[in-house]
Structures are given as C-alpha cells and as structure tokens.
Design a protein around this ligand. Structure first.
Ligand SMILES: CC(C)(COP(=O)(O)OP(=O)(O)OC[C@H]1O[C@@H](n2cnc3c(N)ncnc32)[C@H](O)[C@@H]1OP(=O)(O)O)[C@@H](O)C(=O)NCCC(=O)NCCS
Length: 186
C-alpha cells in the first residue's frame, strides 16, 4: 500500500460522535465554523459570510468533505454538526516537515464554539487516528498549530503528540507536533 494515502473510511463512529461526510443540513454549521471570530482566531480570522455562502453555492455542501480523510464531526444521536476533522497530507512546498520528502499525514480539527470543553475534539481525533492506524502502514502524523493556540496545543499533547519544532507561516509562529500512527492502535 502506498504511504501517500489517507483514510478511506467514509464513516467512523465513537461513543458520542459519528465522523461522516457532509449533508445539506450541515450548511448552517459549516458557515458558522468559517465565520465565527472565536473559532477562526488562529486560523486567519473569520471569513465574510457572503463569500462563504457563495463558496458553498458554487461547490455544494458535499464539497466541504469531498476529499478522502475529511469529515464532519456529528453529535450522536442528533446527527447535528459540531465540527470538522481532516487527516490529509501536508504539502511538501509548505514549511513544517519531519521527513525529507514531506507529504506526511497531518491532522486538523475545528469545533463549533458551543462544543468546546467537553472532550469532543479529543474523542473525534482518537477515533480517526485509530481508524487510520488500522488501515495504513505505520508512519509519522503531524499536528501544526499556532503557538498562541493554547487549546489546540493542549489537545495535541493529550493525544500524545510530541512538540518537535516551531517555524513561521502565515505571519505567525507555528508549533509542529508529531506522533507515530502505530501509537493509536486500539
Ligand atoms: C482546538 C479545539 C478543537 C479544542 O477543543 P476542546 O474542546 O478544548 O478540546 P478537547 O476535546 O481536548 O476537550 C478538552 C476539554 O474538555 C474537557 N472535558 C470534559 N469532558 C471530557 C471528557 N469526557 N474527555 C476529555 N476531556 C473532557 C477537558 O477537561 C478540557 O477542558 P479545558 O478546556 O477546560 O481544559 C477547539 O478549541 C477549536 O475548535 N478551536 C478552533 C479551531 C482551531 O484552532 N483548530 C486548530 C487547528 S489544527
């Protein structure tokens, strides 16, 4: 199996959550994630609502999770969107790598503000990493987050990611954390 793949599962359940692909009913939640100033504080700031609405009109809601490894995090049993999670490849032309070739697996996550503080990002990330460990050969996984983003750094540490280095991107200091995929084998 090629190392340059990501998760192929389209649904990943956990105790309180279901990672799944996006539905039309997720639109309001997806727009909120991109326009909420608190959620976007370390992600380049909120995007203008009109631009976001036009974007979803153009690509469709399904486009939000069209890529493999890209999921809506839904509350179980209401099926309501509480966030999104992506396990993708970090492009070699960006800074922040631990292998010579780059393209390592990279985990990212965003929760609606109302869902913070309940361990739900931890649960979603653990479920995705366990599923990936069951599907893919062992390899490093990265989390890159602004050094000022304390909640995200705490989450990365709780997941077992080790702080590797810092670097500049998007005009801010970023912290690179790494873990081995095999450490998430259940
Ligand atoms: C980063 C982010 C996902 C973290 O969310 P979070 O809810 O703080 O993360 P966790 O799921 O690890 O939850 C931890 C909190 O839940 C609490 N908690 C409650 N019940 C819990 C449970 N059953 N299990 C674990 N933690 C629990 C913990 O005590 C902790 O509380 P604290 O924040 O007061 O210390 C969230 O802040 C976010 O979406 N930020 C905006 C997007 C972003 O910046 N993403 C980073 C880019 S990669």
């Amino acid at each position: 199996m090629s190392l340059l793949t990501t998760l192929s599962a389209t649904e990943i359940p956990s105790d309180r959550l279901l990672l799944r692909k996006a539905h039309e009913t997720d639109r309001e939640g997806l727009v909120e994630l991109l326009t909420d100033p608190e959620v976007r504080a370390y992600l380049g700031g909120p995007r203008p609502r009109d631009d976001v609405e036009r974007y979803f009109d153009a690509v469709g809601i399904a486009g939000a999770t069209g890529r493999p490894g890209s999921y809506v995090i839904a509350d179980n049993p209401t099926n309501r969107l509480i966030g999104t999670l992506m396990l993708d490849r970090r492009s070699a032309d960006r800074p922040g790598h631990i292998t010579e070739d780059g393209e390592e697996l990279e985990l990212s996550y965003v929760l609606r503000r109302s869902a913070w503080g309940a361990g739900l990002a931890f649960e979603a990330a653990t479920a995705a990493l366990r599923a990936a460990a069951g599907e893919l050969p062992d390899q490093p996984v990265l989390i890159v987050t602004q050094t000022a983003n304390e909640r995200s750094l705490k989450l990365a540490a709780r997941l077992g990611f080790r702080r590797e280095s810092t670097f500049e991107e998007f005009g801010a200091e970023q912290t690179l954390g790494t873990a081995l995929l095999s450490s998430f084998t259940s």
